[in-house]
Ligand binder design. Structure first.
Ligand SMILES: Nc1nc2c(ncn2[C@@H]2O[C@H](COP(=O)(O)OP(=O)(O)O)[C@@H](O)[C@H]2O)c(=O)[nH]1
Ligand SMILES: [Mg+2]
Length: 254
Protein backbone atom coordinates (compact mmCIF):
# COMPACT_ATOMS: atom_id res chain seq x y z
CA UNK A 1 0.00 0.00 0.00
CA UNK A 2 1.05 3.55 -0.55
CA UNK A 3 1.85 5.89 -3.39
CA UNK A 4 4.53 5.88 -5.99
CA UNK A 5 6.61 8.98 -5.41
CA UNK A 6 9.30 11.01 -7.02
CA UNK A 7 11.80 13.30 -5.36
CA UNK A 8 11.63 16.63 -7.14
CA UNK A 9 13.54 19.89 -7.06
CA UNK A 10 11.65 22.26 -4.73
CA UNK A 11 12.80 25.17 -6.89
CA UNK A 12 11.27 23.74 -10.02
CA UNK A 13 7.65 23.29 -9.04
CA UNK A 14 4.83 24.36 -11.28
CA UNK A 15 2.00 26.67 -10.27
CA UNK A 16 -0.35 23.74 -10.95
CA UNK A 17 1.23 21.73 -8.14
CA UNK A 18 -0.56 21.63 -4.82
CA UNK A 19 2.22 22.16 -2.32
CA UNK A 20 1.87 21.13 1.31
CA UNK A 21 4.67 22.23 3.59
CA UNK A 22 5.47 20.42 6.83
CA UNK A 23 6.99 22.55 9.55
CA UNK A 24 7.67 22.13 13.25
CA UNK A 25 10.36 21.48 15.79
CA UNK A 26 12.97 18.82 15.15
CA UNK A 27 11.58 15.47 16.29
CA UNK A 28 7.97 16.63 16.22
CA UNK A 29 7.08 14.14 13.51
CA UNK A 30 7.21 16.01 10.19
CA UNK A 31 9.04 13.28 8.30
CA UNK A 32 7.10 10.55 10.06
CA UNK A 33 3.75 12.03 9.03
CA UNK A 34 5.00 12.23 5.43
CA UNK A 35 6.22 8.61 5.57
CA UNK A 36 2.86 7.56 6.99
CA UNK A 37 0.95 9.44 4.28
CA UNK A 38 3.03 7.81 1.58
CA UNK A 39 2.96 4.35 3.10
CA UNK A 40 6.78 4.49 3.28
CA UNK A 41 7.32 3.90 6.96
CA UNK A 42 10.81 4.62 8.18
CA UNK A 43 12.00 6.17 4.92
CA UNK A 44 12.57 9.72 6.14
CA UNK A 45 11.75 9.44 9.82
CA UNK A 46 14.30 10.05 12.52
CA UNK A 47 16.93 11.44 10.19
CA UNK A 48 17.00 14.64 12.24
CA UNK A 49 20.76 14.51 12.59
CA UNK A 50 21.48 13.92 8.94
CA UNK A 51 22.65 16.96 7.05
CA UNK A 52 19.87 16.33 4.52
CA UNK A 53 17.37 17.71 7.03
CA UNK A 54 19.07 21.10 6.77
CA UNK A 55 17.61 21.33 3.30
CA UNK A 56 14.11 21.19 1.94
CA UNK A 57 13.01 18.05 0.24
CA UNK A 58 10.04 17.87 -2.07
CA UNK A 59 8.23 14.66 -2.90
CA UNK A 60 5.68 14.32 -5.67
CA UNK A 61 2.89 11.78 -5.23
CA UNK A 62 1.91 9.88 -8.32
CA UNK A 63 -1.58 8.90 -9.33
CA UNK A 64 -3.44 10.29 -6.35
CA UNK A 65 -7.14 9.44 -6.66
CA UNK A 66 -8.24 13.07 -6.63
CA UNK A 67 -5.18 15.17 -7.37
CA UNK A 68 -3.35 12.97 -9.87
CA UNK A 69 0.33 13.92 -9.93
CA UNK A 70 -0.17 17.41 -8.54
CA UNK A 71 0.37 16.84 -4.81
CA UNK A 72 3.77 17.78 -3.43
CA UNK A 73 4.87 17.27 0.18
CA UNK A 74 7.73 19.44 1.32
CA UNK A 75 9.74 18.25 4.33
CA UNK A 76 11.64 21.08 5.98
CA UNK A 77 14.46 21.51 8.46
CA UNK A 78 13.12 21.64 11.99
CA UNK A 79 13.29 24.66 14.16
CA UNK A 80 13.86 24.46 17.85
CA UNK A 81 15.12 26.33 20.82
CA UNK A 82 18.62 24.94 20.54
CA UNK A 83 19.19 26.90 17.36
CA UNK A 84 21.31 29.99 17.91
CA UNK A 85 18.74 32.01 16.07
CA UNK A 86 15.42 31.29 14.45
CA UNK A 87 17.16 31.81 11.13
CA UNK A 88 18.26 28.25 10.51
CA UNK A 89 15.01 26.33 10.18
CA UNK A 90 12.41 28.87 9.16
CA UNK A 91 14.78 30.97 7.06
CA UNK A 92 15.31 28.08 4.65
CA UNK A 93 11.56 27.81 4.12
CA UNK A 94 10.95 31.54 3.95
CA UNK A 95 13.75 32.01 1.41
CA UNK A 96 12.37 29.16 -0.67
CA UNK A 97 8.87 30.65 -0.73
CA UNK A 98 10.24 34.09 -1.56
CA UNK A 99 12.32 32.65 -4.37
CA UNK A 100 9.38 30.68 -5.77
CA UNK A 101 6.49 33.13 -5.87
CA UNK A 102 4.65 31.01 -8.42
CA UNK A 103 4.02 28.05 -6.12
CA UNK A 104 0.51 27.26 -4.96
CA UNK A 105 0.76 26.82 -1.21
CA UNK A 106 -2.12 24.45 -0.67
CA UNK A 107 -1.44 24.05 3.02
CA UNK A 108 0.93 24.12 5.97
CA UNK A 109 1.09 21.30 8.48
CA UNK A 110 2.66 22.29 11.78
CA UNK A 111 3.50 19.34 14.02
CA UNK A 112 3.86 19.51 17.77
CA UNK A 113 4.54 16.73 20.28
CA UNK A 114 1.71 16.40 22.74
CA UNK A 115 3.85 14.44 25.20
CA UNK A 116 6.08 17.42 25.82
CA UNK A 117 4.86 20.02 28.21
CA UNK A 118 6.28 23.09 26.62
CA UNK A 119 6.12 25.31 23.64
CA UNK A 120 9.42 27.08 23.23
CA UNK A 121 9.48 30.76 22.48
CA UNK A 122 11.60 30.27 19.36
CA UNK A 123 9.30 27.57 18.13
CA UNK A 124 6.27 29.73 18.71
CA UNK A 125 7.86 32.69 16.96
CA UNK A 126 8.81 30.46 14.05
CA UNK A 127 5.29 29.11 13.81
CA UNK A 128 3.93 32.64 13.57
CA UNK A 129 6.50 33.70 10.97
CA UNK A 130 5.88 30.65 8.88
CA UNK A 131 2.13 30.80 9.07
CA UNK A 132 2.33 34.42 7.90
CA UNK A 133 3.42 32.89 4.62
CA UNK A 134 0.11 31.10 4.32
CA UNK A 135 -2.32 34.00 4.00
CA UNK A 136 -5.34 31.75 4.19
CA UNK A 137 -5.17 30.46 7.76
CA UNK A 138 -7.79 27.82 6.99
CA UNK A 139 -4.93 26.09 5.22
CA UNK A 140 -2.83 25.88 8.39
CA UNK A 141 -3.22 22.57 10.23
CA UNK A 142 -1.90 22.50 13.79
CA UNK A 143 -1.17 18.85 14.39
CA UNK A 144 -0.32 17.16 17.65
CA UNK A 145 1.71 13.94 17.48
CA UNK A 146 2.73 11.21 19.97
CA UNK A 147 -0.74 10.57 21.32
CA UNK A 148 0.19 6.90 21.51
CA UNK A 149 3.18 7.84 23.67
CA UNK A 150 1.39 9.47 26.57
CA UNK A 151 0.28 7.38 29.49
CA UNK A 152 -2.78 9.46 30.34
CA UNK A 153 -4.79 10.81 27.45
CA UNK A 154 -6.36 13.43 29.74
CA UNK A 155 -2.92 15.03 30.13
CA UNK A 156 -2.73 15.37 26.36
CA UNK A 157 -6.22 16.78 26.15
CA UNK A 158 -5.36 19.35 28.80
CA UNK A 159 -2.20 20.36 26.95
CA UNK A 160 -4.12 20.59 23.72
CA UNK A 161 -6.69 22.84 25.37
CA UNK A 162 -4.01 25.08 26.77
CA UNK A 163 -2.31 25.38 23.36
CA UNK A 164 -5.66 26.27 21.82
CA UNK A 165 -6.21 28.97 24.44
CA UNK A 166 -2.76 30.52 24.22
CA UNK A 167 -0.13 30.02 21.50
CA UNK A 168 -2.48 28.76 18.85
CA UNK A 169 -5.36 31.07 19.56
CA UNK A 170 -4.45 33.84 17.09
CA UNK A 171 -4.23 31.27 14.29
CA UNK A 172 -7.37 29.44 15.34
CA UNK A 173 -9.27 32.71 15.41
CA UNK A 174 -8.30 33.16 11.77
CA UNK A 175 -9.51 29.72 10.75
CA UNK A 176 -6.55 27.39 11.32
CA UNK A 177 -7.59 23.91 12.41
CA UNK A 178 -6.36 21.54 15.12
CA UNK A 179 -5.81 17.83 14.44
CA UNK A 180 -4.59 14.83 16.37
CA UNK A 181 -2.23 12.56 14.50
CA UNK A 182 -3.03 9.08 15.74
CA UNK A 183 0.02 7.50 14.15
CA UNK A 184 -1.79 5.89 11.24
CA UNK A 185 -2.39 6.61 7.61
CA UNK A 186 -6.10 7.30 7.96
CA UNK A 187 -5.47 9.97 10.57
CA UNK A 188 -2.68 11.51 8.46
CA UNK A 189 -4.83 11.65 5.34
CA UNK A 190 -7.77 13.16 7.17
CA UNK A 191 -5.48 16.10 8.05
CA UNK A 192 -4.44 16.55 4.42
CA UNK A 193 -7.96 16.11 3.08
CA UNK A 194 -9.15 18.58 5.70
CA UNK A 195 -6.88 21.34 4.45
CA UNK A 196 -7.26 20.49 0.78
CA UNK A 197 -10.99 20.28 1.13
CA UNK A 198 -11.42 23.75 2.61
CA UNK A 199 -12.83 25.03 -0.66
CA UNK A 200 -10.40 25.36 -3.46
CA UNK A 201 -7.71 27.84 -2.56
CA UNK A 202 -6.96 28.21 -6.23
CA UNK A 203 -10.54 28.96 -7.04
CA UNK A 204 -10.77 31.44 -4.18
CA UNK A 205 -7.51 33.04 -5.30
CA UNK A 206 -8.71 33.26 -8.87
CA UNK A 207 -12.02 34.74 -7.81
CA UNK A 208 -10.16 37.24 -5.68
CA UNK A 209 -7.89 38.03 -8.62
CA UNK A 210 -10.93 38.65 -10.79
CA UNK A 211 -12.49 40.81 -8.13
CA UNK A 212 -9.30 42.86 -7.86
CA UNK A 213 -9.13 43.05 -11.63
CA UNK A 214 -12.74 44.27 -11.70
CA UNK A 215 -11.96 46.91 -9.08
CA UNK A 216 -8.88 48.03 -10.99
CA UNK A 217 -10.90 48.19 -14.15
CA UNK A 218 -13.55 50.32 -12.42
CA UNK A 219 -10.91 52.62 -11.06
CA UNK A 220 -9.12 52.95 -14.38
CA UNK A 221 -12.44 53.52 -16.18
CA UNK A 222 -13.50 56.10 -13.62
CA UNK A 223 -10.16 57.88 -13.92
CA UNK A 224 -10.43 57.71 -17.71
CA UNK A 225 -13.92 59.21 -17.65
CA UNK A 226 -12.93 61.80 -15.08
CA UNK A 227 -9.98 62.92 -17.11
CA UNK A 228 -12.19 63.10 -20.22
CA UNK A 229 -14.72 65.15 -18.24
CA UNK A 230 -11.99 67.44 -17.03
CA UNK A 231 -10.83 67.82 -20.63
CA UNK A 232 -14.42 68.69 -21.56
CA UNK A 233 -14.67 71.27 -18.77
CA UNK A 234 -11.36 72.78 -19.71
CA UNK A 235 -12.46 73.05 -23.32
CA UNK A 236 -15.79 74.47 -22.01
CA UNK A 237 -17.73 71.96 -24.06
CA UNK A 238 -19.95 70.93 -21.18
CA UNK A 239 -22.28 68.99 -23.48
CA UNK A 240 -19.68 66.24 -23.50
CA UNK A 241 -19.91 65.90 -19.73
CA UNK A 242 -20.75 62.37 -18.64
CA UNK A 243 -20.83 61.31 -14.99
CA UNK A 244 -18.55 58.35 -14.31
CA UNK A 245 -20.74 55.25 -14.17
CA UNK A 246 -19.17 53.71 -11.10
CA UNK A 247 -19.65 56.75 -8.88
CA UNK A 248 -22.69 56.12 -6.76
CA UNK A 249 -24.81 58.88 -5.24
CA UNK A 250 -23.64 61.39 -7.80
CA UNK A 251 -26.09 64.27 -8.18
CA UNK A 252 -24.82 65.56 -11.49
CA UNK A 253 -28.16 64.67 -13.12
CA UNK A 254 -30.02 67.27 -11.10
N1 LIG B 1 4.95 6.53 18.44
C1 LIG B 1 4.99 7.62 17.70
N2 LIG B 1 6.16 8.02 17.19
C2 LIG B 1 6.19 9.14 16.45
C3 LIG B 1 5.02 9.91 16.20
N3 LIG B 1 5.39 10.98 15.44
C4 LIG B 1 6.71 10.86 15.24
N4 LIG B 1 7.19 9.76 15.84
C5 LIG B 1 8.62 9.31 15.92
O1 LIG B 1 9.38 10.38 16.44
C6 LIG B 1 10.67 10.41 15.87
C7 LIG B 1 10.95 11.78 15.26
O2 LIG B 1 10.06 11.96 14.17
P1 LIG B 1 10.52 12.66 12.81
O3 LIG B 1 9.41 12.49 11.85
O4 LIG B 1 11.85 12.17 12.38
O5 LIG B 1 10.65 14.17 13.29
P2 LIG B 1 11.01 15.46 12.42
O6 LIG B 1 12.34 15.92 12.92
O7 LIG B 1 9.96 16.46 12.75
O8 LIG B 1 11.02 15.08 10.99
C8 LIG B 1 10.69 9.28 14.86
O9 LIG B 1 11.32 8.18 15.44
C9 LIG B 1 9.22 9.00 14.59
O10 LIG B 1 9.00 7.67 14.22
C10 LIG B 1 3.79 9.48 16.79
O11 LIG B 1 2.71 10.08 16.66
N5 LIG B 1 3.83 8.32 17.51
MG1 LIG C 1 12.65 15.09 9.62
Amino acid sequence: MGYATEVVNPNKLSSDDLVIVFIGQTGSGKSHIIDTLLGQTGQRTGSSLASSTKKLSAIRLKKHEVHGDRLIFVDTPGFDDTLKSDKEGPAVVIDWIRNNPNITLAGTVYSHKINVNRMGATSNRSLRRMSDLCPDKKKVALVTTMWDQISRREDGLKREESLNDTYWKPLLDKGATVHRFENNSQSAWSIINGILGQGSQELEDRLRDWEDFGKDLNRITAEGELSRNIDAIISSDISQFQPPKCLKGSNVDQ
